[in-house]
Design a protein around this ligand. Structure first.
Ligand code: FDA
Length: 310
């Protein structure tokens, strides 16, 4: 039974997933907007404000992500940085229970690491917690180094992300004792030399990394929609006698709402990742192309909702 379940859940990238991705650019923009609307707050800050307020009213926390495409000029990094500063103004003005998630490449990492550092400092200096998302493995060292550097330099409101798919992650977890760490599976398809690809291997490594982080006194954002891992998360915090203020679960906006509601009803903190921005179309295409498995999920969700309507 377990083997069967794993085979069904073992969402290897299928031909259907790839077909969805290949066909996607031919789908009218208006249809993609409808498809992505449950995963993205909208194109403007006002959309993010509204969605976060609704989540807060439902007892959920949020982390806001300003969507940006790959940048090629410092002016674009400046635009993204300013957008984050506007988000932080809105969080203060509306007294929202939210923080922000930033991507260092969006702040200029690949143009000039000093630019990314300066922009990150400007955002962090506002005082609200800032999560540095983890991007593909070409950025892992630079991301962790900048995090350690700024934290040692007195920026106490920063957190990072570790990806269970990467083989280095348990070692990284040990080096992050006491930190605020989001743990996710990892969305990027990485080479087998440095990453686990098998579904069960990633799960097992996730649990090892979670145990290492919690034993190291970290505040962990357990970021997953995988029910089996959520149960492992519940086990891990229960075994250590943690209160609900000492960890949180995290999910993506629009994904497995049923599961999120159950997590909240059971008394755990839940934070939703809320992306918004004018570049929603480019972002949606890129995320789907980076990992065709996601396209399969979206197609699956769509199929289920169509059947429910009948
Ligand atoms: P899994 O992929 O097995 O999904 C479990 C179930 O959830 C699926 O069967 C499906 O039903 C549903 N599902 C999952 N993702 C879905 C989607 N996008 N659309 C529709 N349904 C979906 N990655 C990274 O590399 N760097 C990062 O910084 C982050 N940050 C981040 C923040 C938060 C809050 C979350 C929840 C996730 C991330 N991720 C991430 C993404 C993460 O690495 C991973 O790709 C996804 O969470 C999917 O993995 P699951 O653990 O949900 O398991």
């Amino acid at each position: 039974m377990l083997i069967l379940r794993n085979q069904v859940e073992s969402r290897a990238v299928s031909l259907v997933d790839r077909a969805v991705v290949t066909l996607l650019p031919a789908v009218p923009k208006r249809v993609v907007r409808t498809l992505s609307s449950r995963y993205i707050a909208g194109s403007d800050l006002e959309d993010a404000r509204r969605v976060v307020a609704e989540l807060n009213a439902a007892g959920k926390l949020a982390t806001v992500d300003v969507l940006g495409e790959e940048i090629t000029r410092p002016e674009e990094a400046e635009e993204i940085t300013r957008a984050y500063l506007d988000v932080l103004d809105a969080v203060d003005e509306d007294r929202l229970d939210a923080n922000v998630s930033v991507k260092l490449t969006g702040l200029g990492l690949k143009l000039d690491p000093n630019l990314a550092r300066d922009n990150l400092k400007r955002i962090a200096e506002r005082g609200t917690f800032v999560r540095i998302d983890m991007e593909d493995s070409s950025t892992t060292d630079a991301t962790l180094e900048l995090y350690h550097e700024l934290t040692a330099g007195g920026y106490g409101n920063l957190g990072v992300v570790l990806q269970a798919a990467l083989k280095r992650t348990v070692d990284d977890a040990h080096a992050l004792a006491g930190a605020n760490v989001r743990l996710c599976k990892g969305i990027y398809i990485e080479p087998p030399e440095i990453a686990y690809r098998d579904f069960d291997d990633v799960r097992a490594h996730y649990v090892r990394a979670l145990d290492a982080l919690l034993d190291g006194g970290c505040y962990v954002g357990i970021a997953t929609h995988d029910e089996w891992l959520i149960d492992e998360g519940r086990r891990a915090v229960r075994e250590r006698g943690l209160t609900s203020e000492e960890y949180e679960f995290q999910m993506l906006l629009g994904v497995r709402r049923d599961l999120g509601d159950r997590v909240v009803a059971d008394g755990h903190r839940l934070r939703l990742y809320v992306p918004y921005g004018r570049q929603w179309y480019e972002y949606s295409l890129r995320r789907l192309q980076e990992n065709p498995k996601i396209a399969g999920y979206v197609a699956g969700d769509l199929g289920r909702s169509l059947f429910r309507r009948r």
